[in-house]
Design a protein around this ligand. Structure first.
Ligand SMILES: Cc1ncc(COP(=O)(O)O)c(C=O)c1O
Length: 435
């Protein structure tokens, strides 16, 4: 497979765009050079050299219906004829709020819109502190809540820097971060209730809230151990802290009601972004009315020129309407395809005695290389998964026309077909012996 034109464009990009890329994760393209794409449609993408791929990155999650679905294109192009950015309210915004609130399990909730997951999580932290008047938020290792200073700590910390199991230290993910922001966090290991109990015991009256990915999509796509999330919620309630779910990946992807629906737990606040508008930039916080009133009355300040812009709201409207029109069938079909792929990969791994491992849910799951049956948190992943081998796997799969994410997170879309999936499984069967 030839990537000459992408390589030439990358050389040009490096002179113009820092590092030749617009988001750091894109540097890790399995092709060895960040690829340039000319177009994408449904499950497929085409690069500048004319190579065609079945895409499981799907924008890192937003493209729930695949690339460029007609029903979103139509709604966006119709609505945008009436204006782009009003810096004011319009009725479609309310329709989206009504649809979203009818889908997520929270009762008597209200919402606010923004443009990215990073941004809405910042509003979440501010709201938790503003409502409780407390300074600290519990953040778990292995969880990602955006790239801002206040939270880009201990996402995937090297174990030799991460500190003791019982009292992890905050490890910054970047140079230039304001060290003082780490004071606003207490870093904790996830999926182990005793660790969180100790955090609450050690910080009486200080914890405003606990932020968690309810299903840990950013590390091995881990579903929490039975009873864990119930325990987290109980500890929050006993200690007067808020529970917040970061559903930026899981929201509208794993079920109409997101991870809340699957786990049967309703947090006080939740954030949404990626899949909500099928690829257009949108984010939403939903939460208990009394907490959200702090935003509503301006006590907790929230702004943003592009909040609820016409195009993003139109795309969200089309996306949620599509899901509602298809009803349960939508997630049944999406998950069935995901499970077909997961089962296919497992079968190939078994027949070849490979340590390829898949974990997660049909609509989003992780591929890694480990002999463990199940990975349970970041330290478990860091100790037991061979990330180098995964990188080699992704590189070889790309040569077979299968585009996988550099972090192993694999996104299904409703545009993937059974033929796509069978092609992917056949590619894996060809690649595994070469690793
Ligand atoms: C769980 C989670 N929260 C927040 C974010 C940040 O979202 P964005 O990239 O839209 O800023 C991400 C991005 O991957 C995420 O996975």
């Amino acid at each position: 497979m030839n990537h000459e034109r992408s390589a030439r464009l990358f050389d040009r990009a490096k002179l113009l765009v820092a590092g030749g890329i617009s988001s750091q994760i894109r540097v890790n393209e399995p092709a060895g050079v960040p690829l340039f794409f000319t177009h994408a449609r449904g499950s497929r993408m085409w690069d500048a050299d004319g190579n065609e791929y079945i895409d499981y990155i799907q924008g890192m999650g937003p493209n729930l219906f695949g690339h460029s679905p007609d029903f979103i294109n139509r709604q966006v192009s119709d609505d945008m004829k009436k204006g782009y950015v009003f810096a004011a309210q319009f009725e479609r915004e309310l329709e989206v709020a009504e649809m979203a609130l009818s889908m997520i399990p929270m009762e008597d909730a209200t919402v606010r819109f923004a443009s990215s997951g990073t941004e809405i999580d910042q509003l979440l932290f501010r709201t938790m502190r503003g409502f409780t008047g407390r300074p600290k938020i519990v953040k778990f290792e292995g969880h990602y809540h955006g790239w801002m200073d206040s939270v880009n700590w201990s996402v995937h910390p090297p174990l030799d820097e991460a500190g003791p199991e019982d009292a992890p230290v905050a490890v910054g993910e970047s140079a230039g971060m304001d060290r003082a922001t780490a004071e606003g966090l207490v870093i904790c290991q996830w999926n182990d209730l005793e660790k969180l109990e100790k955090v609450f015991a050690n910080h009486p009256g200080e914890i405003a809230g606990v932020i968690t990915e309810p299903i840990l999509a950013n590390t091995n796509c881990i579903v929490p151990a039975p009873g864990y999330m119930e325990g987290v919620q109980r500890l929050c309630r006993e200690n007067g802290a808020l529970l917040a779910f970061d559903e930026v990946i899981t929201g509208f992807r794993v079920a109409a009601g997101g991870a809340q629906e699957l786990l049967g737990i309703t947090p006080d606040l939740a954030t949404y972004a990626k899949a909500m508008a099928g690829g257009f930039p949108i984010a939403m916080i939903a939460g208990r009315r009394d907490v959200m009133d702090y935003i509503g009355n301006g006590t907790v300040y929230h702004g943003g020129s592009f909040n609820s812009n016409v195009m993003s709201i139109a795309a969200a409207y089309a996306s949620l309407k599509h899901i509602q029109d298809e009803g349960d069938e939508f997630y049944r079909n999406l998950n069935a395809k995901g499970h077909r792929l997961m089962d296919g990969l497992r079968a190939v791994a078994k027949s070849q005695e490979s340590d390829l491992h898949v974990q997660g849910l049909g609509s989003v799951f992780a591929i890694s290389f480990t002999t463990k049956q199940e990975i349970t948190n970041w330290r478990d992943h860091a100790r037991n998964c061979d990330d180098g081998k995964y990188q080699r796997f992704a590189r070889e799969m790309l040569k077979q026309g299968i585009r996988l994410a550099s972090n192993g997170r694999t996104h299904l879309s409703s545009a993937h077909t059974n033929e796509d999936i069978d092609e992917t499984v056949a590619a894996a069967a060809a690649v595994l012996p070469t690793l």
